[in-house]
Design a binder for this molecule. Structure first.
Ligand code: ADP
Length: 186
């Protein structure tokens, strides 16, 4: 299966992504993890990306599209993958469509993990990552609302969107995720 996983910061997307990877064994393409690895390795891309990450802003589309285009060429992606944190803008989604159109490997589903904004803020404030200060959190939530939420309509129009309620225990949410993906896998 080729899955796009969308959800605001703090929705529990990382936890559910791990569950999906364990259960269905897709290649796990987390752009947040890739960018943090590039930053920690001190590469040019990593240094450039960190300017945006530490400010709660999205890194420029061309940077992230380049990273993903390269990653999708790796052999482990042939059997399916979970795109976790990409696309995050309409421009990224259009680039992805173009790439997958060329390869004739369309997406199977876009899974949205939905959690209300107040709950998100509380969860994030309790997490303590370097980019989890209240000010940066607020900016990440604004970036999500302004730049990423338009994707929900974009993928609804392509009949790909499935929304899962992210409120509840990890197991409850995982059960909903499984229900949604099993339906698609058939
Ligand atoms: P979050 O907890 O906000 O979901 P991620 O680990 O997915 O965080 O990403 C951390 C940061 O990496 C983002 O705030 C952003 O700066 C950058 N980033 C990750 N994916 C993308 C993307 N597809 N486009 C632009 N920036 C991205």
């Amino acid at each position: 299966m080729r899955i796009v996983f969308i959800g605001p910061p703090g929705a529990g997307k990382g936890t559910q992504a791990d569950y999906i990877v364990k259960t269905y064994k897709p290649a796990h393409l987390s752009t947040g993890d890739m960018l943090r690895a590039a930053r920690d390795a001190g590469t040019e891309v990593g240094k450039e990306a960190n300017k945006y990450m530490s400010a709660g802003q999205l890194v420029p589309d061309d940077v992230i599209v380049g990273i993903i285009a390269q990653r999708l060429e790796e052999p482990d992606c042939e059997a399916g993958y979970l795109l976790d944190g990409f696309p995050r803008t309409i421009a990224q989604a259009e680039s992805l469509d173009a790439m997958l159109g060329e390869k004739k490997t369309p997406l199977d589903v876009v899974l949205e993990l939905r959690v209300g904004e107040e709950e998100l803020f509380e969860r994030l404030a309790g997490r303590g990552r370097a980019d989890d200060t209240p000010d940066v959190i607020r900016r990440r939530l604004v970036a999500y609302r302004q730049q990423t939420e338009p994707l929900l309509k974009y993928y609804t129009e392509k009949n790909l969107l499935v929304t899962v309620d992210g409120l509840g225990s990890v197991e409850e949410v995982a059960g909903r995720v499984k229900g949604a993906l099993d339906k698609i896998a058939g």
